[in-house]
Write a protein that binds this ligand. Structure first.
Ligand code: PLP
Length: 407
């Protein structure tokens, strides 16, 4: 009898299961619209040219070694990462009230933030503070916060399925009616999975209620640069909230915008009221990291730090990011045009209104099943598709299949 005989089998993670099913499918023209990663027009992963260049700089740098990094991570990575989130001229940075923790991807940054907040926010070890995540949201948000000990993780209204857009009234209503000091996880840009972000005017309304009602903002910034092609535009909401005087956390992922998925590069930016508060927060962050991964890996963080700290490489990176963003925009425009040309029932404006890597097609679970079973086109049951799964070669097949699925 094994000591593990009572361990229940856990359900597979949906997005990884989908890719496994896709890999097992023998159909020659199969399409994977499920993956959460960038693909070229050849359907291949893309190592950014600037990353290749920086990797060779690093490998030839004889001053580098494999000593442990500091517990909080590579200093030049942490500061440059916070700087692209908050802006070069951020008064909060100049006032020495911004700090950061290098984390294992955006997920690690969310996890560190969640662990810290559960221990120290709104009363020590207050597991009852509600944590609100958007409905729908990236599937991992709920579990990251509940696994960190929060017992009350709830959805806030976000997606208006009828109008395929933001449910602003519902969102503001939830901000008005929730308990004071609740934590809200906000997608900084390119909302996953809906591809629908508030406008700047809407963000201002959201911030006004959050400030008045003493709500805590935890930004999740996993797609900076990907939404619009501009780092500054995509950081607008984060910077606006900082300018309004919020103390906050911001989890940054460099998986997508640097294509460094498996290097696990993330940063948790902390904006505190003043340098003294920041110092105590960082001292506790250090304790949490020490018992979690002790200190972070260096390779990916070095690639990002070298790139962000050189004006030439930084410019080249911005260009690479724009290449990715532009391909997504092109696929959006083409998919919409093809569906409209086919006369597919329904409106398809949302395909180009939505931004970032993902689009919420509006396909229902039966239509999704038809796409997978009959057409060998793999997408999430929610109807979410990764626009990068589309290429100039498969887009006609995908558009025709969507047409068949809805008619
Ligand atoms: N947050 C959101 C909204 C995401 O979509 C993702 C990745 O898909 C992450 C966080 C996590 O990113 P990482 O792979 O860097 O952990």
């Amino acid at each position: 009898m094994s000591v593990f005989s009572e361990v229940p089998q856990a359900a597979p993670v949906a997005v990884f299961k989908l890719t496994q099913d896709f890999n097992n499918d023998q159909f020659p023209n199969k399409v994977n619209l499920g993956v959460g990663a960038y693909r070229t027009d050849e359907g291949k992963p893309w190592v950014l040219p600037v990353v290749k260049k920086v990797e060779s700089i690093i490998v030839n740098d004889t001053t580098l070694n494999h000593e442990y990094l500091p517990i909080l991570g590579l200093p030049e990575f942490r500061s440059s990462a916070s700087k692209i989130a908050l802006g070069d001229d951020s008064p909060a940075i100049q006032e020495n009230r911004v700090g950061a923790v290098q984390c294992l991807g955006g997920t690690g940054a969310l996890k560190m933030g969640a662990e810290f907040l559960r221990r120290f926010y709104n009363g020590n070890n207050n597991t009852k503070t509600p944590v609100f995540v958007s409905a729908p949201t990236w599937e991992n948000h709920n579990a990251v916060f509940s696994n960190a000990g929060f017992e009350d993780v709830r959805p806030y209204k976000y997606w208006d399925a009828q109008n395929r857009g933001l449910d602003l009234a519902g969102f503001l209503g939830d901000l008005e009616s929730c308990p004071e000091h609740s934590i809200f996880v906000l997608h900084a840009c390119a909302h996953n999975p809906t591809g629908t972000d508030p406008t700047q005017e809407q963000w201002k309304q959201i911030a006004e209620v959050m400030m008045r009602r003493k709500l805590f903002v935890f930004f999740d910034s996993a797609y900076q640069g990907f939404a619009s092609g501009s780092l500054d535009k995509d950081a607008w909401a984060v910077r606006y909230f900082v300018s309004m005087g919020f103390e906050m956390l911001c989890a940054q992922s460099f998986s997508k915008n640097f294509g460094l998925y498996n290097e696990r590069v993330g940063n948790l930016t902390i904006v505190a009221r003043d340098a003294d508060n920041l110092k105590r927060v960082l001292s506790q962050m250090e304790k949490i990291v020490r018992t979690t991964w002790s200190n972070p890996p260096s390779q990916g963080a070095r690639v990002v730090a070298v790139t962000l700290n050189s004006p030439e490489l930084f410019a080249e990176w911005k260009d690479n990011v724009k290449t990715m963003a532009d391909r997504v925009l092109l696929m959006r425009a083409q998919l919409k045009a093809k569906l409209q040309a086919l006369g597919t029932p329904g409106t398809w404006e949302h395909i180009t209104d939505q931004i970032g890597m993902f689009s919420f097609t509006g396909l229902n679970p039966n239509q999704v099943e038809y796409m997978i079973k009959e057409k060998h086109i793999y997408l999430m049951a929610s109807g979410r598709i990764n626009m990068c799964g589309l290429t100039t070669k498969n887009i006609d097949y995908v558009a025709e299949s969507i047409h068949e699925a809805v008619t």
